[in-house]
Design a protein. Structure first.
Ligand SMILES: Nc1ncnc2c1ncn2[C@@H]1O[C@H](COP(=O)(O)OP(=O)(O)OP(=O)(O)O)[C@@H](O)[C@H]1O
Length: 253
C-alpha cells in the first residue's frame, strides 16, 4: 500500500489456539481505510477466526490487534467488549445469518439502529434508508422466519450497516447465492464502499474477489502467506499450491 494510506485495523503477531488446534499462528496484516480487502485462503486456514478475533467473539492469546480511529488515535482491541467494538465502527456479517426471527425485516434493522442513533426519529429514518439501500423495502413487513437465503444475507448486511460502521467485514456473503444474486450483492458491496466504508471481504468465489477487491491477503494454516493485487497474487505458485495441494508440487495439476 502507498505510504500515505491510513490503517484502520492492524494485526501484529496474533496467535489463537482452541485446545490443541493452533488456528491463528503469528498472523500480521493491516487493513487500510477506504479499501476493499479480500481475505482468502483454503478451507480452515483461519479467515473466520481472524474476523472473530477482530470483532471480539474470541480473544487472542498472543500479539496485538489495533483499531485506528478517524483522528489517527489507536485503541487496543483486546480491552474492548463486543458492543464497544461495534460502537467504534466495526460491523460484520455471519456465514450463517441469524436475524431476530420473531421480528419483521424492518424491525430487525430498526432495533439495531435504535442503539446507534441519538433519537428514535433518527433511528427510524436510518432504518428506512438502509432498507431501501439493500433493496428489501418490498418485504419490509415480512417476518424473518421464511426469508430466502439471498434476502437473509442482505438483511444481515443491513443490520451491520445499522451500527454506522467505518469498516464492514463480510464473511462469505455470496455463499448459496445464484450468479445473478451474486452480481446484485457485489454491486451492493461496491455501493457500501463508495459511501466511505472500508470492506473486508472473505470469499471462496475467486472471480468475485478479483472483480471486487483492490487488494488481497492470503492466509495458509493460520498465518499470513502473501498479499497484493488479486490477479497477480492468484498467479503466484505458492498460492496455487495452497489451493491445489500436493498435486501441484508434483506437476500434475
Ligand atoms: N470454536 C472453535 N473451536 C475449535 N476449533 C475451532 C473453533 N473455531 C475455529 N476452529 C478451528 O480453527 C481453524 C480455522 O477455522 P476458520 O473457521 O477460521 O477457518 P476458515 O478459513 O474461515 O475456513 P472456511 O473457509 O472453511 O470457512 C479450523 O481448524 C477450525 O476447525
Amino acid at each position: 500500500m502507498p505510504e500515505n494510506c491510513k490503517k484502520i485495523i492492524e494485526l501484529k503477531n496474533v496467535d489463537k489456539s482452541f485446545g490443541g488446534v493452533h488456528a491463528i499462528n503469528n498472523l500480521s496484516f493491516s487493513i487500510y481505510e477506504g479499501e476493499i480487502l479480500g481475505l482468502i485462503g483454503p478451507n480452515g486456514c483461519g479467515k473466520s477466526t481472524s474476523v472473530n478475533l477482530m470483532t471480539g467473539v474470541y480473544i487472542h492469546d498472543k500479539g496485538e490487534i489495533l483499531y485506528y480511529n478517524a483522528d489517527g488515535s489507536s485503541v487496543t482491541l483486546k480491552e474492548q467488549s463486543v458492543p464497544n467494538r461495534a460502537k467504534l465502527g466495526m460491523g460484520r456479517t455471519f456465514q450463517t445469518p441469524k436475524p431476530f426471527s420473531d421480528l419483521t425485516v424492518f424491525e430487525n434493522i430498526y432495533t439495531i439502529a435504535m442503539l446507534y442513533n441519538r433519537t428514535l426519529k433518527e433511528a427510524y429514518k436510518a432504518a428506512e434508508e438502509i432498507l431501501k439501500f439493500v433493496q428489501l423495502d418490498d418485504i419490509a413487513e415480512q417476518k424473518c422466519t421464511k426469508l430466502p437465503i439471498e434476502k437473509r444475507k442482505w438483511l444481515d448486511m443491513a443490520r451491520a450497516l445499522a451500527i454506522r460502521p467505518r469498516i464492514l467485514m463480510l464473511d462469505e456473503c455470496l455463499a448459496g447465492l445464484t450468479p445473478s444474486e451474486m452480481e446484485t450483492s457485489l454491486d451492493m458491496v461496491r455501493k457500501i464502499n463508495k459511501q466511505g466504508i472500508t470492506v473486508l471481504f472473505i470469499e471462496h468465489v475467486m472471480s468475485a474477489v478479483t472483480k471486487l477487491c483492490n487488494r488481497v491477503v492470503v492466509m495458509e494454516e493460520g498465518h499470513f502467506m502473501t498479499e497484493g493485487d488479486p490477479l497477480e497474487v492468484m498467479k503466484k505458485p505458492e498460492v496455487i499450491r495452497a489451493y491445489l495441494g500436493e498435486d501441484y508440487k508434483n506437476g500434475d495439476a
